[in-house]
Design a protein around this ligand. Structure first.
Ligand SMILES: Nc1ncnc2c1ncn2[C@@H]1O[C@H](COP(=O)(O)OP(=O)(O)OP(=O)(O)O)[C@@H](O)[C@H]1O
Ligand SMILES: Nc1nc2c(ncn2[C@@H]2O[C@H](COP(=O)(O)O)[C@@H](O)[C@H]2O)c(=O)[nH]1
Length: 187
């Protein structure tokens, strides 16, 4: 498949399944790469520095803000997260597509830019299922889960700002719906 370089932005409340879905999409499109964000949060078990995130200190993150190194950044669930400006520029300059997995605040900053992103919001089937998924995943403490569920209400209320909304109920159907969006947008 021939692809044209596009910037994709995916947001979702924590636990909706965006990491699971994004892995499947990246496997299917070899002209699409993933932007590894910088964060000040601690790595979860199984997360690798440089693959899942660049895990850095608050001081290092604030230095990046001051130096203008970040295309967008936000404080999410009490930690900093941000996208390196240079990686986005270099990828799009080469005519390749790039996928950003970022929160609603960062997505708002990209929507307000001249990057003309394709924006996608992943919704869980219900708030109860979202809560169950976070608990079953077993990566976060009760306090962290409570904080993320509290923020989910505000995040889900932002879904209409996105061009596409995909409900992640049946996983295979959600993968197909998402891949169809990428196929059409990169055609
Ligand atoms: N359609 C689905 N049906 C059932 N379980 C799912 C589905 N999609 C994802 N899950 C499970 O839900 C949990 C949360 O998924 P995932 O980690 O991908 O969410 P996330 O949106 O990336 O969350 P976070 O922002 O906290 O990293 C995982 O245990 C995953 O296996
Ligand atoms: N504004 C940004 N948000 C980001 C970025 N990278 C990830 N995120 C979002 O943070 C939350 C929490 O992520 P988690 O891995 O701790 O569960 C989630 O909404 C991500 O989409 C970023 O570079 N900028």
């Amino acid at each position: 498949m021939t692809c044209i370089g596009k910037l994709f932005v995916i947001s979702a409340p924590s636990g909706a399944g965006k990491t699971t879905l994004i892995r499947q999409v990246l496997n299917r499109f070899n002209c699409l790469s993933y932007s590894v964000s910088h964060t000040t949060r601690n790595p979860r078990k199984n997360e690798q520095d440089g693959r899942d995130y660049f895990f850095i200190s608050t001081e290092a993150f604030e230095q990046k803000i001051d130096q203008g190194d970040l295309l967008e950044w936000a404080k999410v669930h009490d930690n900093y997260y941000g996208t390196a400006r240079e990686v986005v520029k270099k990828t799009l300059d080469k005519g390749l597509s790039l996928l950003l997995d970022i929160d609603v605040q960062g997505a708002g900053q990209i929507m307000a830019s001249d990057l003309d992103p394709v924006t996608i919001f992943i919704m869980p089937p219900s708030f109860e299922i979202l809560s169950q998924r976070l608990e079953c995943r077993g990566t976060d403490s009760k306090n962290v889960i409570a904080r993320r569920l509290e923020n989910a209400k505000f995040e889900m209320a932002q879904k209409d700002r996105y061009q596409h909304v995909v409900i992640n109920d049946d996983l295979d159907k959600a993968i197909e719906a998402l891949c169809l969006i990428f196929e059409k947008e990169m055609a």
